[in-house]
Design a protein around this ligand. Structure first.
Ligand SMILES: [Zn+2]
Length: 238
């Protein structure tokens, strides 16, 4: 090759090398949640309650088992996942749960629970106004509006993914809950500095819901539905 040609090719070769180096070594890790931090909060036991129970499984166990499956799926989607508990029966206060999400600078905090009242199905609650607990008033207006946006994207996605398995029960404000009606918001929301919502995954007083969440297949289907919907929720935060 003439020297002149070689000189002209040199910058092109350098460019090609730079482009090659920019290709991630592990493209499998590039997923829809790459760079996102998701705080998964398996509800209970807390300072207020050990949780409800169905005939086949306790709420605490169901929340924990779905959380573990959800963690694995979210990681496969590229997210970093922070759990608020390290073992099923670890007691963590609701304030502390929010503080763990805050310290992690989570993109989003999702709180997993099971209900024991009303009709069967899944319901989602987000902070719709400020509340006060331990002399602290929160969350901020920005957290309220971002939580609402995330929950509004999450709910239709999660209910679509569970169609035919778990009924849609509603998207509501924290103020519609028993604690929220007294405090203004749930304690975990009041102390949250990141977008947050609570998923009442099933209603354990109904046999079909209890059977679903007691089975490994049901827990996996729930975890997959929540993971897919979290993808939509994170997009809504942009
Ligand atoms: Zn609960």
């Amino acid at each position: 090759m003439p020297l002149e040609m070689e000189n002209r090719l040199r910058p092109l070769i350098a460019l090609a090398l730079v482009a090659l180096m920019a290709v991630p070594l592990h493209p499998a890790f590039a997923g829809p949640l790459t760079g996102k931090i998701i705080c998964v909060d398996p509800g209970h036991p807390s300072e207020t309650s050990a949780g409800t129970r169905g005939k086949r499984i306790t709420e605490n166990k169901a929340n924990w088992l779905v959380a573990l499956k959800l963690k694995a799926i979210l990681r496969s989607m590229g997210a970093r996942v922070v759990l608020t508990k390290t073992s099923e029966n670890e007691k963590v206060t609701n304030r502390r749960r929010a503080e763990i999400a805050n310290a992690a600078k989570a993109t989003l905090m999702v709180r997993l629970h099971c209900d024991c009242a009303g009709g069967p199905g899944i319901a989602v609650y987000y902070p719709d106004r400020k509340g006060t607990r331990f002399g602290v008033t929160g969350p901020s207006a920005s957290v309220i509006s971002r939580s609402r946006a995330a929950a509004k994207a999450f709910y239709p996605s999660v209910t679509a993914a569970l169609k035919g398995k778990i009924k849609p029960k509603g998207l509501r404000g924290d103020s519609a809950t028993y604690i929220g009606s007294k405090q203004g918001a749930l304690t975990g929301s009041i102390f949250s500095k990141v977008p947050v919502f609570t998923v009442e995954m099933v209603t354990m007083t109904h046999k079909s819901d209890d059977d679903f969440i007691a089975s490994a297949a049901g827990q996996l289907a729930m975890a997959k539905a929540i993971a897919t919907a979290l993808g939509a929720a994170v997009k809504a935060l942009k």
